[in-house]
Ligand binder design. Structure first.
Ligand SMILES: *Cc1c(COP(=O)(O)O)cnc(C)c1O
Length: 395
């Protein structure tokens, strides 16, 4: 896939002056794709099957082939993907679902929507992913309180790096928990030879435009090897339908992926491997230039990240960020507050150590521009200005 696009000079991106740098340049990608997306969309406009058209099945087959997952159920967003799996498992009131507190709100939101209780755990300081020790502590705390039933753990592959699955899966099976991987940021990543999509009992991903593989709207998918789970989720995404359209066998949702979005994704999949490769190269270049002065991302052994974000840590983060802004370098803070400190979740319990690492990360992380079309000269500019701002801030 995409081999014809390897090497240099495979596409032309016009010069962009540093002040118009973007965190994620979707327009540059569109220029590189030429008219592939338009052609794919035009085909949908011709056949007119806007809902569950042939591109949806084609995409599901192609995602299954790519990851090795037995079943792929596409859906309307990454949030819906998480929700479909939890709904299918009938997670609800009285159930404890263990989530990292350093993540996007959707991870815990779906748990709370179903009336279950998110139990916030801490993350590891090097990978920013769910800390197995904190998970174990969380399970013990729930068991000894005796009020909730431990049901599911939801590791998040933060910024594109697969979580500590071998250890997390062992802990989960010791306690009879199901594992739902929140891979919204990591589609395309691998751990050893295993692709994201094959971890846990089910994996949810997102095709939100800014994710490593994004469509032109909202979209998502669930991956699983469990045929029964896949069939329940297929029913749930279509209003809980049974054998025909007006047979309703369970309470479901309208959670389908639009045919046009499937068409966009099929076009983008053609260059996805090349894009992953380029993201990794950009990350390596950042790390080589910044590693001595800043805390740069650490990959655990055997990981290949999808590099949804390239996130450094620096003490005077807010000062560094505002002086960088003046030089035209956009940055983002993922995430300025751990979820357990958000007003909507504040009343919920957190795991004993107070999620100290997550608190510290919230105060020090800074995500730099990262996308496959970031030119070396723009990267040099970002590196130079960042180092200058760090020096000026006295770190
Ligand atoms: C983006 C994201 C989601 C939600 O995906 P949507 O497609 O925006 O609904 C869930 N979890 C994490 C960690 C995310 O980054």
């Amino acid at each position: 896939m995409g081999t014809a696009w390897r090497g240099t000079g495979w596409c032309f991106v016009p010069e962009v002056a540093p002040p118009s740098l973007a965190l994620n340049d979707l327009q540059a990608q569109r220029q590189c794709l030429g008219d592939r997306i338009e052609r794919r969309i035009a085909r949908v406009l011709e056949h007119g099957q806007y809902i569950m058209g042939p591109e949806v099945a084609e995409l599901e087959e192609s995602l299954a082939a790519r990851t090795g997952a037995a079943h792929v159920v596409t859906c309307s967003s990454g949030t819906e993907a998480l929700l479909l799996a939890l709904l299918a498992w009938e997670v609800g009131p009285g159930d404890a679902v263990f989530v990292p507190t350093f993540t996007f709100t959707a991870t815990a939101e779906v748990v709370a929507l179903l009336g279950a209780t998110p139990v916030f755990c801490d993350v590891a300081p090097d990978t920013f992913n769910l800390d197995p020790m904190s998970l174990s502590a969380g399970i013990r705390a729930v068991q000894s309180a005796g009020r909730l039933r431990p049901r599911v753990v939801m590791p998040v592959d933060l910024f594109g790096q697969p979580a500590e699955y071998p250890t997390l899966q062992r802990i989960a099976s010791e306690h009879g928990l199901q594992v739902l991987s929140d891979a919204a940021q990591s589609f395309g990543a691998t751990l050893s030879t295993t692709a994201v999509g094959r971890f846990g009992d089910a994996t949810a991903t997102s095709f939100f435009p800014a994710k490593p593989l994004g469509c032109y709207g909202d979209g998502g998918a669930v991956f699983t090897d469990d045929a029964e789970l896949a069939s329940v989720m297929r029913s749930l995404r279509l209003h809980g339908g049974g054998s025909d359209k007006y047979d309703t066998v369970r309470i479901g949702l309208n959670a389908r992926l639009d045919t046009i979005q499937a068409a966009v994704l099929l076009a983008k999949l053609e260059v996805f491997d090349k894009e992953l490769h380029d993201r990794a190269e950009i990350a390596d270049r950042y790390t080589a230039a910044l590693g001595e002065r800043l805390s740069t991302p650490q990959l655990a052994p055997g990981r290949r990240s999808a590099w949804a974000q390239y996130t450094v840590r620096t003490p005077n983060r807010d000062a560094v960020r505002s002086s960088l802004r003046e030089t035209g370098v956009p940055t983002a803070i993922y995430y300025p507050r751990p979820l357990h400190a958000q007003p909507a979740f504040r009343h919920l319990a957190v795991v004993p150590n107070d999620c100290r690492v997550s608190q510290e990360l919230s105060a020090s992380v800074l995500s730099l521009p990262m996308h496959p079309y970031l030119k070396p000269s723009d990267q040099d500019y970002i590196i130079e200005e960042l180092l200058r701002c760090v020096t000026r801030s006295g770190c």
